[in-house]
Design a protein around this ligand. Structure first.
Ligand SMILES: NC(=O)c1ccc[n+]([C@@H]2O[C@H](COP(=O)([O-])OP(=O)(O)OC[C@H]3O[C@@H](n4cnc5c(N)ncnc54)[C@H](OP(=O)(O)O)[C@@H]3O)[C@@H](O)[C@H]2O)c1
Length: 249
């Protein structure tokens, strides 16, 4: 018996990086997995690569309306969820002097507002005992240059794991957070930096990690599955940092 046999799992942002690795790991453990993303090409490619146990739903994380649409799509497919990995997120780096209201709104919409309203909308589709895992970040715990808005959005998300665990406890639903350190994913290529500057930035970040390297997405997925599975039944409203020691040593 595998850990997710007969289980249905939702992974937002499952078309790339950590979400894709988590979707594959859930499927390897027996789950049917619904992945979401915005870009139809990437979503389709991911669904095909994941095989018959994956379903792709195009859906943008950000607004309450989009969250309601996602819940409606799941209802139309008659799917109830045993685990949810709210993973989709964006990083934008800017010094204090250049942060605009638009940048703040974009980052908070995707990283905090979206997941909050997804939990609200998906509540009715959760099976008793379901587990929700949020994707935080080590950035919520360290004062890295130019990360103020991103870090604050992740701190907000981490706070939701506590308060919403309390609210959902009567339904037997746990909410926890995995907070990765730097992970080798396409996210860094989306920061808008020229290739040479990006390599310098990544070398600088690598130096901040006691283990001296970026994580592989599969190393984060392993903790996501642990928090999503019944084996972590006594972990509630909590956060596991998977950061190569970056926040601790
Ligand atoms: N990589 C790291 O070092 C690192 C470290 C700590 C935390 N994290 C967190 O891990 C999560 C995943 O990041 P990643 O590194 O795997 O990045 P990634 O490879 O860029 O993947 C991001 C995924 O999220 C989706 N996504 C982004 N914005 C979305 C939106 N508004 N609506 C729906 N889907 C959206 C993307 O789909 P589209 O391509 O269709 O937009 C993609 O599937 C993020 O929350 C990030 O903050 C990453």
């Amino acid at each position: 018996m595998r850990r997710f046999d007969q289980k249905v799992v939702l992974v937002t942002g499952g078309s790339s990086g950590i979400g894709f690795a988590a979707a594959r790991a859930f499927i390897d453990e027996g789950a049917r997995v619904v992945i979401t993303g915005r870009d139809p090409g990437r979503l389709d490619a991911a669904r095909i690569s994941l095989g018959d146990h994956a379903i792709g739903i195009r859906n943008a994380t950000g607004s309450a309306a989009a969250a309601a649409e996602l819940a409606d799509s799941l209802a139309s497919a008659r799917l109830h969820l045993d685990a949810v990995f709210l993973n989709s997120g964006i990083a934008r780096l800017a010094p204090l002097s250049s942060v605009t209201e638009a940048l703040w709104a974009e980052v908070f919409d995707v990283n905090a507002r979206g997941p909050f309203f997804q939990i609200q909308a998906l509540r009715a589709r959760l099976n008793d005992g379901a587990s929700i895992v949020l994707n935080g970040s080590v950035n919520a715990h360290v004062g890295m240059d130019m990360s103020s808005v991103y870090a604050a959005s992740k701190a907000a998300l981490i706070s939701l794991a506590r308060t919403l665990s309390k609210e959902l406890m009567a339904q037997g639903v746990r909410v926890n957070v995995v907070s990765p350190g730097p992970v080798e994913t396409p996210l860094f290529g989306k920061l808008g930096m020229a290739a040479e500057r990006l390599e310098l930035a990544k070398a600088h970040i690598r130096q901040m990690v006691p283990l001296g390297r970026f994580a592989r997405a599969e190393e984060i997925a392993a903790t996501v599955l642990h928090l999503a599975a019944a084996e972590s039944s006594f972990i509630v409203g909590s956060e596991i940092l998977v950061d190569g020691g970056m926040s601790q040593l």
